[in-house]
Design a protein around this ligand. Sequence first.
Ligand SMILES: Cc1cc2nc3c(=O)[nH]c(=O)nc-3n(C[C@H](O)[C@H](O)[C@H](O)COP(=O)(O)OP(=O)(O)OC[C@H]3O[C@@H](n4cnc5c(N)ncnc54)[C@H](O)[C@@H]3O)c2cc1C
Length: 460
Amino acid sequence: MIDKKHFKVFKDIVGDGNIYDDKAHMIAYSYDATRERFEPDCVLFPRDEEEVSKILRYCNEHKILITPRGAGSGFTGGALPINGGIVLAFEKHMNKILEIDMDNMLAIVQPGVINMTLQKHVEELGLFYPPDPASENYSTLGGNVSENAGGMRAAKYGITKDYVMALRAVLANGEIIRAGKRTIKDVAGYNIAGILTASEGTLAVITEITLKLLPKPKFASSYMAVFPSVDNAMNAVFKSLSLGANPVAMEFIDALSIKAIKEKLGINLPENAGALLIGDIDGNVKEEIEFQTKILEESFKENGANDFKVSKSEDERKEIWNARKNVSQCVTIYGSKKLNEDISVPRSKLPDALREIYKIGEKYGFSVPCFGHAGDGNIHVNVMVDGSNKKELEDGHCAIEEIFKLIVDMGGTLSGEHGIGLSKAPFMDIAFNKAELQLFKEIKKAFDPNNILNPGKMGL
Ligand SMILES: Cc1cc2nc3c(=O)[nH]c(=O)nc-3n(C[C@H](O)[C@H](O)[C@H](O)COP(=O)(O)OP(=O)(O)OC[C@H]3O[C@@H](n4cnc5c(N)ncnc54)[C@H](O)[C@@H]3O)c2cc1C
């Protein structure tokens, strides 16, 4: 609990109307998408980097805890103030697009800018910011960088880290640092922007982000293919990519998820569908789309696809994506609580990984519908349990732990998108050895010796 005497200092820094400690605000800033609740002692809305610096310097001197927060859409508890203290929120003031540099094709933004705001803004200028987490309409770029968010377009365009050129950030002691440059090449010094990306608010507070932009592709279409089995679909992924297909997205939906979609949305899909692949193709000339479509169609059919559809209009694109966009809510037919993990494996391991995941589900008696990004090896695994049944919940968590061990043994990782935060902190020693964990701790200590920045997250 912060001594209220400090509030006067914070008010002097951020000004009236930018500090709150009333119950309504404490509740509003106590949550994220994990639905766990931890109330802070106060929330501050800094107006600029200088104020962030003053707040951190003061908090460091008085050992007051700080949790930076974007939109609170994180799935692993990163923005939760688990030990109270201050929530530092950027949505009110530090939410501006500062510059679009057309010649160098980059954007400079404050951390509170919403992902979709930047996407729309640059598209009006003929440019393109590809990272598109499904939370793009509300998650912030500060949160995206801090979680290294990815999206459907990752198969072709990569994830947030591939676009971060430079950052400005405030260290725990209030010092302001610049990491990276506007240049494409920069090999001078450690890659601090790289270390801060995915650091989940544990190392520094990000106050400015320089992002690479691309030219906006002129043409796009969507495709959907139905396969008899997961193995057929995965082989089609490998085959088509090795033949030169370069789809923007290559999304996978398994048989259990297809059944749920049919039941909940009434979408007309074949009874015996074992897996679906859905995605987009883009390019600057129509011939490129035709070439990509041809490779996909041929290699999908060679690998057992019994239906291959390509959109001819925007409406048809929406219709194709309907199944994928709504699958997450549909799988709740299998249980009231979804223990949802976003494991990632080398793409070639996906068929084995899925086979073993289903076996773990069978062992515990749970349905485990899976869907996700086959093009980049990142799959959403949903262990479905009865949330009101304590034993099922415990068993569900045991199943998750087994899945994590399996994935790490296959050369994969605990999280392809959502980060570690609070939820996955207990599993860090499955994924990292002692020396690696110690290195993380030393890095944390170098940035934040008094452990005031988001303590307890990522197992730190
Ligand atoms: C429906 C839904 C769909 C989603 N889909 C995807 C998806 O497709 N891909 C994906 O990757 N994620 C997805 N997510 C998860 C989430 O949206 C992302 O992790 C997103 O990047 C979080 O952004 P945010 O602004 O909400 O950050 P928050 O949740 O507020 O914070 C996330 C972390 O960033 C830190 N942080 C925030 N701002 C700063 C800052 N300025 N400086 C330092 N640290 C900071 C916080 O302390 C916290 O640790 C989804 C979430 C939901 C609810």
